[in-house]
Design a protein around this ligand. Structure first.
Ligand SMILES: Cc1cc2nc3c(=O)[nH]c(=O)nc-3n(C[C@H](O)[C@H](O)[C@H](O)COP(=O)(O)OP(=O)(O)OC[C@H]3O[C@@H](n4cnc5c(N)ncnc54)[C@H](O)[C@@H]3O)c2cc1C
Length: 496
């Protein structure tokens, strides 16, 4: 059997692009197969369009607050089609970084089409049989759709960024990261928004304090938040035969707090989780096993679905690796890239590097941002029993006051000796601030070390250090706190 390639990568999203470029840079003959567009979810229907939309929404929200800063700004007029054109423009600006020409310059051959396995070492692509020593499967995920009676004509992340007409009333199913980001963005751009979730609170994977703070911000902004909401039925009505003005009305029946309710909206976003893209790959012919959970509970726990991999990203077939969303571990771009590097290091270099998930940070880009690394307070109590919680709010932080961004908190979960077990931040720039605690967890830096590191003033990062300073307060004598106040500018009160 003639071997065409050292490595064939299936899927040209964050994971596949990283795997292919790394493999080629190591001198391996590498083919990347993509069935749609290079760049995947992150570039076309995920991180990039959502963050571009959120930017417009946040500019609008700040303009609404202009008078707080002593500025007279005329009423904010959201030009929704232009907002969405800007989103498309940002995608176009980034697209060339992932083009076939760019990849060719990095030594990667690219072919378009849908590949299927014939055996562990062969695929068929556009009628041709290709052989490779190794494979990386990086085919990503797609939106999960819950089994709700009558559900149709809905939006997902795959088509919401194509809207050019602003919904009057957007109903969002699912209050995970995608649902809450879109809920706040559309509210700030002028839509009415109702957020429904089966879970008892929004952002159920975040620490309860962070979730409560974001809920309170959402309510202040006029988003209707319905947790514990069981959606029963969607009744859809097409309101116009004119294609340009076609509107789909959704009447959503749900149970909420023991009551039955019906709400109507002109757009429905389904954001209840993800499903791995494995259909049509003929994985059974390659001996690659997939773990799939069925039913709403399975959809909720999207993190457990996907191609089974071991700590080296190897599937149940020894020459085939999987990484990114299709492996269903953490569904983020940064983890997709990390897993791709582990897969290629094992597949091409034969170095037995293992996944190390001790400190995986993630950020939900609401305003304030919600960032997390490590265990929540509840998880840490269950696992360790004796823990310390160091928590500050932002209302006394100088930078938060200068910027008018005082809604927020930093909460650090640690052992009594100051080893960081988790950190949770709701704040402007939380996505940047969480890095300090990620480094601390990854490299074993205890709270006294963070506390004794000089942070520039006035920054939001200083709030992260102030939370670490609380370690001393737990231990502290009055003298020690006075010493901290003098040397590091610690602004907390002397213990009574
Ligand atoms: C709205 C939204 C916002 C998000 N925001 C963030 C964020 O801010 N930060 C963050 O870290 N993550 C974010 N994510 C998650 C992030 O987008 C994904 O985790 C990431 O894109 C996963 O990369 P991947 O390479 O595994 O999969 P994908 O990006 O989905 O790429 C898979 C590729 O494989 C191709 N493919 C599928 N099947 C085949 C086949 N049979 N043959 C060939 N090609 C195939 C697909 O066309 C696709 O291009 C967001 C997701 C969504 C939906």
């Amino acid at each position: 059997m003639a071997v065409n390639y050292d490595l064939i990568v299936l899927g040209g999203g964050s994971a596949g692009l990283t795997a292919a470029v790394m493999s080629a840079s190591l001198g391996a003959r590498t083919l990347l197969v993509e069935r749609h567009k290079l760049g995947g979810d992150c570039l076309h229907t995920g991180c990039i369009p959502s963050k571009a939309l959120i930017r417009s929404a946040n500019v609008a929200a700040l303009a609404h607050r202009a008078s707080e800063f002593g500025l007279n700004v005329p009423a904010v007029d959201v030009d929704f089609p232009r907002v969405m054109e800007r989103v498309a423009g940002v995608i176009r600006a980034i697209e060339p970084h992932d083009s076939p020409e760019h990849l060719a310059s990095r030594g990667v051959e690219v072919r378009f089409g849908e590949a299927r396995f014939l055996s562990p070492r062969e695929i068929t692509l556009n009628g041709e049989t290709l052989h490779s020593r190794k494979f990386v499967i990086a085919t990503g995920s797609r939106p999960a759709v819950p089994p709700i009676e009558g559900l149709r004509g809905y939006l997902t992340n795959e088509n919401i960024f194509e809207l050019r007409k602003r919904p009057e009333h957007l109903i969002v199913l699912g209050a995970g990261p995608v649902g809450v980001e879109m809920a706040q963005a559309f509210r700030r751009l002028g839509s009415l928004v109702t957020l429904l979730d089966l879970a008892p609170r929004i952002l159920p994977r975040e620490d309860a304090d962070v979730s409560a703070l974001i809920t309170s911000v959402f309510k202040q902004e006029g988003i209707r938040v319905c947790a514990n909401a069981k959606v029963l039925r969607d009744t859809v009505r097409e309101s116009s035969s004119d294609e340009n003005d076609a509107m789909t009305e959704h009447m959503i029946d749900f149970e909420h707090g023991g009551r039955h309710e019906t709400i109507g909206g002109d757009a429905l976003l389904v954001a209840v989780g993800r499903r791995p893209n494995v259909a049509g790959l003929d994985l059974e012919k390659a001996g690659v096993a997939v773990h799939l959970e069925n039913g709403p509970q399975g959809i909720r726990q999207g993190i457990q679905q996907g191609i089974q991999i071991d700590a080296r990203c190897r599937t149940t077939a020894s020459n085939i690796y999987a990484c990114g969303d299709v492996a269903g571990r953490y569904l983020f771009t940064h983890t997709a890239e990390y897993e791709a590097k582990i897969a290629v290091t094992n597949a091409i270099l034969h170095v037995p590097l293992k996944l190390d998930y001790r400190a995986v940070p993630w950020v939900t880009f609401t305003e304030p941002e919600a960032a997390r690394v490590g265990l929540t307070e509840e998880e840490a109590r269950q696992k360790y029993g004796n823990i310390k919680v160091h928590r500050i709010t932002l209302d006394h932080e100088d930078r938060a006051l200068t910027d008018g961004e005082t809604q927020g908190l930093v909460k650090v979960i640690a052992t009594p000796k100051g080893k960081v077990l988790g950190a949770h931040i709701a704040s402007a720039r939380a996505g940047e601030m969480i890095l300090e605690y990620t480094l601390a967890m990854q490299h074993g830096l205890p709270l006294p070390k963070l506390s004794s590191t000089i942070h520039p003033y006035p920054t939001f990062a200083l709030a992260a250090r102030h939370a670490a300073d609380l370690y001393w307060r737990e231990k502290a004598s009055k003298t020690l706190v006075r010493w901290l106040q003098r040397i590091f500018g610690y602004s907390g009160a002397i213990p009574k």
